[in-house]
Unconditional design. Structure first.
Length: 697
């Protein structure tokens, strides 16, 4: 028998022993959430509840496997892992098991096929070709974009028009065409007896609307436990309530302060409104018993100084459950606020501190640098490469290895060297109607051209009608590049983005804004160079370093971590740097115009803070290549957007903000002003003004 009073703290014990009925467990960061769920399942098994009668829903297969393993270790008798919790898994895993048995009630055969992401996108592409929408010369959204719109609408239980209006207004003009494609896509899947990942959930809910199916599983699952409930979408919440409707033993575990996935259709209202459900999942005819609310507030990860900062940050959110994280650890160092002159200085500072930590014996894998968006890492990647510090990039690929960055560099490589075959192939094969054979014909014809202006007519002379469409699009960008009349890299990158490539990103990718941000950052980086060849060489050398670093030349234990905050959720490190905490960067400038956007961004900041165990550094560049609205500055690096609004909300007593510039002058925050304190001439500069030469102050 397990001694639960010995193994758990009082907060966790209350959940394990009294978690019957509808229960909401608010599990603060680092509070032992997984441990609590695991012991709750073990407690139910000790009480004689059959494993078949327990449903445990997680968001990843890894999480499910971890919980099954832990429960197995707690059980005294030997048993196979698969028999410990046969109904533990992701929403999609559970849906698949049920639909294999009851596919017939929704018009499918039991041997239905599951389409992976590539299969789904290929089928949508077929639907687009079949519809052949009249675009009037404008680029129609790609199959990946349309698949993403359809998926969001289904998971959010809303319409395609609402999704376009809320998330993608630039594509609203195609709403009727997208709806027709969605209908055709659904018909083709049914004809082929196949389902995509979204269908698994939609069809499960449809099956559960059949009384015999609902009765079987609602009666079978005497206890339903859901992990990471703050990340559920409306569709998933509807499924959970159906499955728990017979016994009302529904225990959901999550942290509203870590709800950061609205872009995936996650709905924070699921957890915020849980105590006021007011009706059973079967239609609201029978009210739920009163919901019990538990709080896990004892943190086993961070120092109290870090937790105090986290508590203060999240306290500014209106829509939340109030929690107060506390620790059992001894006090540590205050989180440090370290503004830097510009992005280069910020990167240099982070590298210096990382070097110090490594020299002190902190393992590289215990050091992480977090950022709001992937393009915020570019300067740091350069600085780490120069310092010879290996890093593991989470949440994407290294800056100069990203497809859209390589596309831009390929255009510039052609400007520098018309005989660059790899660059020609990369650019041409992206154009409509141009395949490998046509691309090779163009390359062989243009490689002997005497100057860049000569190539314009070559493609039209040797290509067929279909390929000429793609060549015309290429020439539109090429003409703009030639017309720039300079070899300055920053101006060339800007021309590519403004004349065609920006439209390509928007039509091709759901995350086009983030990709555009990468290119904007490339403009800033390119602004440091006046010579195109020098710029390309620097970019290629950095990419080469990244590839060598990535190809297992350095073991994972020897690498520090670079990560977006989204990818860092659930992880922890001894030392954490949160960079680019500037206005317009974090919070993201779009958050101000999206419903609940600022509060979600603040939750994202909270997640970043609570990843740190002992050391936390908050930095931002006072001088940046982006305006407060997120666009590039006219001088590529001369705007002063000021600190993030989240930094301005923090009581200075919670921070060590005695920052030092390279010249020894101190720097501090004073509400919305930056104040340089100098013995002879104090200077105050308001965010949004221009700082031409920091070193002159």
């Amino acid at each position: 028998m397990i001694d639960f009073t010995k193994e758990l703290n009082q907060e966790q014990l209350a959940v394990v022993l009294t978690g019957d009925g509808p229960c909401l467990v608010l599990a603060g960061a680092g509070s032992g959430k997984t441990r609590t769920i695991t012991y709750r399942v073990a407690y139910l098994l000790e009480r004689g509840i059959s494993p078949e009668n327990i449903l445990l829903v997680t968001f990843t297969n890894k999480a499910a496997a971890e919980m099954i393993k832990r429960v197995a270790e707690l059980k005294t008798e030997n048993c196979e892992l698969r028999t410990v919790l046969p109904w533990a898994g992701t929403f999609h895993h559970i849906a698949y098991k049920i639909l294999r048995k009851y596919a017939g009630v929704i018009g499918y055969s039991p041997n239905f096929t599951i389409l992976d992401a590539d299969d789904s996108e290929a089928l949508v592409k077929t639907c687009i070709k079949q519809l052949a929408p009249e675009t009037g010369g404008q680029k129609f959204p790609s199959a990946g974009v349309i698949k993403g719109i359809i998926s969001y609408a289904r998971n959010a239980e809303t319409t395609i028009e609402d999704v376009l209006d809320l998330k993608y207004p630039s594509w609203f003009r195609w709403s009727e065409e997208i709806k027709q494609i969605a209908e055709d896509y659904d018909k083709r899947k049914r004809t082929a007896n196949s389902m995509d990942f979204d269908d698994l959930l939609v069809n499960l809910l449809t099956a559960l609307n059949q009384p015999n199916v609902l009765e079987k599983y609602a009666q079978q699952f005497q206890y339903v436990l859901v992990d990471e409930y703050q990340d559920t979408n409306r569709l998933q919440a509807s499924i959970v309530k159906k499955l728990a409707s017979a016994h009302n033993n529904l225990l959901v575990v999550g942290d509203d302060a870590q709800s950061i996935y609205s872009f995936r259709a996650a709905d924070i209202e699921n957890i915020l409104s849980f105590p006021a459900l007011g009706g059973s999942a079967s239609g609201g005819e029978t009210p739920f018993p009163e919901v019990k609310v538990f709080k896990l507030e004892t943190n086993y990860r961070s120092s109290q100084e870090i937790l105090s900062l986290a508590n203060a940050v999240i306290a500014n959110n209106v829509n939340q459950y109030k929690k107060n994280l506390k620790t059992l650890f001894q006090s540590g160092a205050k989180p440090e606020l370290r503004p830097q002159a510009d992005q280069t200085a910020e990167a240099d500072f982070v590298v210096r501190k990382i070097t110090e930590f490594l020299e002190q014996g902190i393992p590289p894998k215990e050091i992480a640098v977090l950022f709001r968006a992937s393009h915020h890492s570019q300067q740091l990647e350069m600085a780490l490469a120069e310092a010879g510090i290996a890093y593991d990039y989470r949440g994407g690929v290294r800056f100069f290895e990203r497809a859209h960055v390589k596309d831009i560099l390929s255009y510039l490589r052609l400007m520098n060297n018309l005989a660059d075959e790899a660059a020609w192939m990369r650019i041409l094969l992206k154009e409509e109607g141009i395949g490998p054979v046509a691309a090779q014909r163009i390359y062989q014809a243009v490689r002997t051209a005497s100057n860049v202006a000569e190539i314009k007519s070559i493609g039209f002379d040797i290509l067929g009608d279909k390929a000429k469409v793609g060549w015309q699009n290429f020439i539109r960008v090429w003409d703009e590049l030639v017309g720039v009349g300079t070899s300055r890299p920053a101006e060339l990158v800007r021309a590519i983005l403004d004349m065609g490539y920006g439209d390509y990103l928007e039509a091709e990718y759901m995350d086009s804004r983030d990709r555009r941000g990468d290119v904007e950052q490339l403009v800033v980086f390119a602004g440091k160079f006046s010579d195109l060849a020098e710029f390309l060489a620097e970019a290629n050398l950095t990419e080469d370093y990244g590839q060598k670093n990535q190809n297992n030349k350095v073991s994972q234990d020897k690498k520090i971590i670079l990560s977006t905050v989204h990818q860092a959720k659930g992880l922890e490190w001894s030392a954490v740097f949160v960079v680019n905490l500037a206005s317009g960067a974090f919070p993201n400038s779009r958050a101000a115009v999206e419903r609940g956007g600022i509060e979600e961004e603040r939750r994202l900041f909270y997640v970043a803070i609570t990843r740190a165990k002992k050391h936390l550094f908050l930095t931002y560049p006072m001088q940046t290549g982006f305006s407060a609205q997120g666009g590039p500055a006219s001088g590529w690096g001369d705007t002063l957007p000021g600190p993030s609004m989240f930094l301005q909300e923090i009581d200075s007593e919670l921070l060590d903000d005695k920052s030092l510039l390279a010249n020894g002058r101190s720097l501090s925050l004073n509400d919305t002003e930056i104040e340089y304190v100098d013995e002879d001439a104090p200077v105050k500069i308001r965010p949004g003004s221009f700082l031409r030469d920091v070193e002159d102050l």
